[in-house]
Design a protein around this ligand. Structure first.
Ligand SMILES: [Ca+2]
Ligand SMILES: [Ca+2]
Length: 462
């Protein structure tokens, strides 16, 4: 850096001999006026000297400043600034970048846009390094295939109880956290409890029960709310530990009570039936939001089964939801697959599976249904076009050989909207013979974009 000290460090009484030592013209005879040593010529000498010393320093430091902050960075340059902070053992950016803004640019080669509870979130890949992506909330004003550049700001921010330098315009490393929420929700769905979450108007969070199966009596359940303490990789490990996650904030030991020990959780049995059921909700208050755009706070709400001795932290949890809160509010990736549940009941023609709950409608084109008798697996793919009739309709998907049975599958869309939603059904009908009473038939409802089972589908026997 250029400091004023360089300019004032030259002593006022610098003699002409000093000048001659530094001057490239040492061997030449100075002009007579200089040798005569008038005050004005000494002043000129001093100015020349100062310029000779200062100019290279200015040029060098200017080059440094240009190289560091003014020239356009590539995403690879950004990657080179990643450090693991020794005091917290977690990744972030070089501390000296805090408060700095740099221009990052390159050829814009790829984009991934995720719909979130806070609007569209886009990750932009540049040609120079794909592991670090630029972040844009809302509309993306750049065109794929063209060169682009963007201002990237670095700041001190907190991820739970860790403090590090991050950037709201860079996806590394915070973007993984909302994805953890997607995984946790899928785990909860598998266990039978499906939540939907949203910000309240007062800065809290609503956690609503979308579905719970099988029914759980409130008197046999509890809940606990914990705050995350770490960041990123360590956070992920903490989440996997469930009850061991983070720092305990509050709890309700018996869900027939409506308020938690410390007052930050209230529970409402909205339909007053003494069970967890659709429409019941938790309201979480006193949820801390980070001050900085790149800051993150995480929370885990666990609904647990209270064991016979009234111990809360029985391993038998019922459901859990992992909440990621940024400065703008609760961030939930809405791109996560739907979650739902099917029931099964005998039908005059065979077995009927009916969709009892589904967090959002899914095009029949993205769904396949599988049936397994323990040895053989068969599946059918309905088409949305055949079921988009505007009124209740059925489509015959044909017969498949399952063990010794030929099973016909029929799919019904009760509103004829071409989407799988509540009330729609599958009918499995053996074309001759019947389902065996000694065989467990498993059903699989698959979401084709991820090839994952997205609905609790029943097991039945003949
Ligand atoms: Ca209820
Ligand atoms: Ca439908």
């Amino acid at each position: 850096m250029v400091e004023r000290g360089h300019l004032v460090a030259i002593p006022k009484d610098s003699g002409s001999s000093d000048v001659s030592v530094l001057s490239p013209q040492t061997n030449e005879k100075p002009p007579a006026s200089v040798l005569n040593g008038s005050e004005s010529s000494k002043a000129i000498q001093r100015k020349i000297l100062v310029i000779m010393i200062v100019v290279p320093v200015v040029l060098a430091s200017g080059l440094f400043l240009w190289a560091t902050y003014v020239r356009e960075w590539s995403t690879y340059d950004v990657a080179k600034q990643v450090i693991s902070d020794p005091s917290i053992g977690s990744p972030g950016f070089t501390h000296s970048l805090a408060g700095k803004t740099v221009t990052v640019g390159g050829k814009f080669t790829n984009i991934e846009t995720i719909k979130t509870s806070q609007g569209d979130l886009s990750f932009l890949t540049l040609n120079n390094f794909s592991e670090i992506r630029l972040v844009v909330w809302g509309d993306v004003p750049y065109k794929i295939g063209k060169r682009m550049s963007m201002e990237v700001h670095f700041e001190w921010a907190t991820c739970n109880e860790e403090r590090h330098v991050y950037s709201p315009q860079i996806d590394f490393p915070w973007f993984v956290l909302p994805a953890i929420g997607t995984v946790e929700d899928a785990v909860s769905v598998t266990s039978g409890m499906v939540f939907s979450v949203e910000d309240t108007a007062t800065g809290g969070i609503y956690v609503r029960i979308f579905d719970q199966y099988p029914p759980v009596t409130l008197a046999n359940a509890n809940c606990s709310l914990s705050a995350g303490t770490s960041s990123f990789a360590s956070e992920y490990v903490d989440v996997l530990s469930g009850w061991g996650f983070g720092r305990k904030l509050d709890s309700i030991d018996n869900m027939t009570k409506t308020t938690s020990v410390n007052g930050s959780i209230t529970f409402s049995d909205a339909d007053n039936n003494g069970l967890f059921s659709r429409g019941d909700f938790f309201e979480l208050n006193g949820i801390e939001r980070p001050q900085e755009d790149s800051g993150v706070r995480t929370y885990l709400l666990i609904v647990g089964r209270t064991n016979a001795t009234g111990t809360m932290y029985d391993p038998g949890w019922i459901g859990m939801t992992y909440l990621v809160v940024m400065h703008r509010g609760l961030v939930v990736y809405e791109s996560e697959p739907p979650a739902g549940r099917f029931s099964v009941a005998p039908d005059p023609d065979g077995m009927k599976l009916t969709c009892q709950s589904l967090t959002k409608p899914v095009s029949w084109d993205n769904v396949s249904i599988g049936l397994m008798d323990g040895m053989t697996f068969v599946s059918w793919d309905p088409s949305s076009g055949a079921l988009n009739q505007g009124l209740s309709c059925e489509a015959y998907l044909g017969a498949q050989r399952l063990g010794s049975l030929d099973v016909m599958c029929t799919v019904g869309d009760v509103s004829g909207n071409g989407m799988l939603d509540e009330g729609d059904y599958y009918l499995f009908a053996p074309m001759s013979g019947t389902f065996s009473s000694t065989t467990n038939y498993s059903t699989y409802i698959l979401y084709e974009p991820t090839m994952a089972s997205f609905a609790r589908a029943p097991i039945f026997s003949g």
